[in-house]
Design a protein around this ligand. Structure first.
Ligand code: ZN
Length: 830
């Protein structure tokens, strides 16, 4: 189906204004479809004019414009032409719509724990017409009145406050003007925890089988919610405008969460049923604060078109960490941002698909979806921190608040936002925004010093600008020097040219380690000197400030990825420094990088097992040294469980014996252990069946699929492949579970035959699996056979001209990630 183009959206919003939607959904008609009836009132700007409405139905039954019946057969490619518009128009459309299994539209999932069905609406980015007839573009906002018919024992939630008018009939309060992509309905026997804050009714909801975790975590979730409301109210001086505020933890959600006004949907694995690390909790709190920031940035003021999606995501990403630090117990939010979110963004910046934060040419809606990436989120938030350093906090807050007030319930653009900040600050932002927002890529920063007899005699900060994307980015940053855990020097610098002298360092004793961007304020590649890298095994863990350690770790990950550092060097640094790390975010991110990327991708196959056992040794030391029940102990146990070759230990743990503190009865931890046994060929079908029967939950089903796909036998691989590509009716989450398990194989002969099949068969899932879900399948499932032949096949696949935007973008990025590993393997071959 063609995707709406920017030009079509412009033309349509010039020709009509939408006044209101009135919509009725009947969810009582069985597991495959539902009935959708919509009445749209809209004005036509030219008498007799024409436009079209979007509707992607299983069957359109009846449609009329101003009382005139239209032919339902005239719907083509999800569009119904509307002609002879009056000044005031009423469009009525009734249709049968299909539930989805791919997380887009109205998704329906059955909980294996109790057989209950759960429904949620996800209309982002262009899935609204799969739920109701509409003018699906972000600048045609209108109030919604929604009615839902559902089984009487269900609960219904949506953007407006829900009232059960009679058994089985729910009315949702008429909303403020909303963009189509925010409209949601959640229905099913959801269980709830309710509260209230500052006059705002609050609700947390989840599947009935998750009642325990929901009640366990509700106090913390509500505390973050309440603190964030207070913070945003005082920051912007604009009250939350959407009535009640519900957070619905839903099954099989593609993203982390979605900012539907009044009814945020969240991936329900965030309601941890087992142990959770400090960083797991911080990450969840960041999602809570992020979605709440969207109530202002995105929901109250919506970008006019998708090319300004940074106005949503960069602000929400920035404000979330700012809010956590200012108003909650999660004061390490910027450390987690630095090591987890920024390394994601830097990876996106290294890829050929990198793009400017703002103003990327999103010519149609589905292409725009591809730019919801580490650039729009992590780089965008970092650039906002630089904007704040450039204009000052007061002007930044005043300007953004003015922007929100001036465009409330409407739409805004980059120019509107910058104009408001320019007026508040009195600074011209033309060249600043040209360099930071409208130009892709990043500078590289390094500090060069000359040292004589242990004393610095010359020092400068060097900025290296990418030659093919020149820009003049000013950087506000810190430089700090550390020796044996002591911060010897710290200076704040604004670098506005390629060489910035650092006279403050001259005459001082040379620190063992100099860290550019030590406060992690700016967005740049950090190049450590050879001497600094050599000092890291002794110095890194001793740096007192977690944020500076995150900068160093991010630089190491970047260096390995760019084939500037031998992966063995980084693994040696890790062996010495990871065990001494205290930040849960750094521990997790670095452990994950070593176990799932540096070792399997960057080292040759002959070195994998030895490196893995060295990592397992580090993890065992971490587990031994850490306080029982701490996040450090948890990460140590998790990495050990996933890597060790100690079969006896794995057998004991899988039987529930001798488990580390806090992990007794932790089913998710048990699946980690079983996964390792399975990959080593130490788990038979009967063992897997038993484990699966003992965990008849949605999480258990997914874990079992992943483990089954990872079994090292030709039969298991063939089975997993047929489930993945055989149009088996598997859900979005089941497909990603299958593909993430699939490529594990110590004998590459097991999976090598599937590399060409991946490039032939997976793109063909388009149309059967939505773009959002398929993007994830390709991203997580790009072949892990690190060989030139994989690269050759990947390049050939990109030559195809029939690929959908999600497929081609993720194949391009996958080829790049594989290329990073291949380049490193060649450069550091032994
Ligand atoms: Zn967001």
């Amino acid at each position: 189906m063609p995707s709406l183009t920017r030009q079509e959206a412009r033309d349509r919003s010039r020709s009509i204004t939408v006044t209101s939607y009135d919509m009725t959904l009947d969810l009582r008609t069985g597991p495959a479809t539902f009935e959708s009836t919509t009445e749209i009132r809209f004005t036509g700007h030219q008498p007799g004019g024409a436009t079209f409405v979007d509707v992607k139905a299983a069957e359109v039954h009846q449609v009329s414009l101003n009382g005139r019946d239209l032919d339902p057969a005239a719907v083509s490619d999800g569009r119904l032409p509307l002609v002879d518009l009056a000044a005031d128009n009423v469009l009525r459309c009734s249709a049968t719509m299909a539930y989805s299994r791919d997380g887009q539209g109205l998704h329906r999932a059955v909980d294996p724990a109790d057989g209950e069905a759960y429904i949620y609406g996800h209309t982002f980015l262009d899935a609204a017409p799969r739920v109701f007839a509409c003018f699906d573009q972000p600048d045609l906002k209108a109030p919604y009145s929604v009615h839902v018919d559902a089984p009487p024992d269900w609960q219904v939630l949506g953007n407006g406050a829900a009232t059960r008018v009679v058994d089985g009939r729910w009315d949702l309060a008429t909303t403020q003007p909303l963009a189509t992509y925010f409209v949601t309905v959640c229905a099913g026997p959801y269980v709830s925890v309710r509260s209230e804050h500052d006059g705002i009714p609050l609700g947390l909801h989840a599947r009935a089988s998750l009642r325990g975790p929901l009640e366990r975590w509700a106090p913390q979730l509500l505390e973050v919610t309440k603190a964030s409301f207070d913070y945003y109210h005082s920051l912007f001086g604009i009250r939350y405008p959407f009535g009640e505020y519900h957070q619905v933890y839903v099954p099989e959600f593609n993203a982390g969460a979605m900012e539907n006004p009044g009814c945020v949907t969240v991936r329900d694995s965030r309601l941890f049923r087992g142990a959770a690390s400090d960083n797991d909790l911080l990450t969840r709190a960041r999602t809570t604060a992020h979605e709440m920031a969207h109530m202002w940035f995105g929901d109250l003021v919506t970008m006019r078109w998708w090319d300004d999606l940074w106005l949503n995501e960069s602000f929400a990403e920035y404000l979330a960490s700012r809010t956590l630090v200012a108003a909650t117990e999660f004061t390490d939010a910027w450390v987690s941002f630095g090591i987890i979110r920024k390394t994601w963004g830097y990876a996106a910046e290294r890829a050929p698909s990198t793009h400017p934060v703002a103003g990327a040419a999103a010519l149609d809606a589905v292409s725009a979806l591809q730019d919801f990436d580490g650039i729009s989120y992590a780089k965008g938030a970092s650039v906002l921190r630089q904007l704040l350093a450039y204009v000052g906090d007061e002007a930044f807050v005043a300007g953004t608040s003015t922007y929100l007030r001036e465009h409330a319930f409407g739409n805004g653009s980059l120019a509107d936002l910058l104009g408001a900040v320019e007026r508040a600050s009195g600074k011209d932002l033309t060249s600043w925004s040209g360099a930071w927002l409208l130009t892709a890529d990043r500078d590289r920063l390094s500090v060069a010093t000359t040292v004589e007899d242990g004393v610095v005699t010359a020092a400068e900060l060097r900025r290296s600008v990418p030659r093919d994307r020149p820009a003049d980015r000013p950087h506000a940053l810190d430089i700090a020097g550390f020796t044996d855990g002591f911060e010897e020097v710290r200076l704040s610098v604004v670098a506005t040219s390629d060489v910035t002298p650092l006279p403050e360092l001259v005459g001082k004793p040379a620190a063992a380690l100099l860290v550019p961007n030590a406060g992690d304020l700016t967005w740049a590649g950090v190049d450590l000197s050879e001497a600094d890298v050599a000092a890291l095994p002794e110095q890194l863990a001793a740096i007192p400030e977690a944020g500076a350690r995150a900068v160093v770790w991010a630089a190491l990950i970047d260096g390995v990825s760019r084939a500037r550092l031998d992966p063995r060097t980084v693994l040696t640094i890790m062996d010495r420094s990871w065990v001494g790390e205290t930040s849960s975010a750094i521990l997790e991110r670095v452990g994950d990088e070593a176990a799932h990327r540096v070792i399997p991708q960057f080292l040759p196959e002959t070195e994998h097992e030895a490196a893995r056992q060295r990592l397992a040794g580090s993890a065992a030391r971490l587990l031994d040294a850490a306080d029982p029940q701490s996040s450090r102990a948890l990460v140590g146990a998790q990495v050990l469980a996933g890597t060790t070759s100690d079969e006896a230990l794995l057998r004991r743990w899988s039987a529930g014996q001798g488990l580390p503190a806090g992990l007794a009865g932790d089913t998710d931890f048990r699946w980690l252990v079983l996964g390792n046994l399975a990959r080593r060929g130490l788990l038979d079908d009967a063992g897997l069946e038993r484990a699966s029967a003992e965990d008849p939950t949605m999480q258990g089903r997914l874990a079992a699929l992943r483990v089954r796909a990872s079994l090292p036998s030709p039969e298991s691989k063939a089975w997993a492949w047929s489930q993945l590509t055989g149009r088996s009716g598997r859900s979005n989450h089941e497909l990603t579970a299958l593909i993430t398990g699939f490529w594990f194989a110590s004998d590459l002969d097991l999976v090598r035959p599937y590399v060409p099949r991946f490039f032939d068969e997976v793109p063909e899932l388009v149309g059967w699996v939505g773009e959002d879900a398929l993007a994830r399948v390709i991203r997580l499932g790009y072949p892990r056979v690190v060989e030139d032949e994989t690269a050759r096949l990947g390049a050939a696949a990109l030559e195809r001209t029939d690929l959908s935007p999600a497929v081609s973008r993720n194949l391009l990025d996958g080829a790049h990630v594989l290329g990073e590993a291949l380049t490193s393997r060649k450069r550091y071959a032994r």
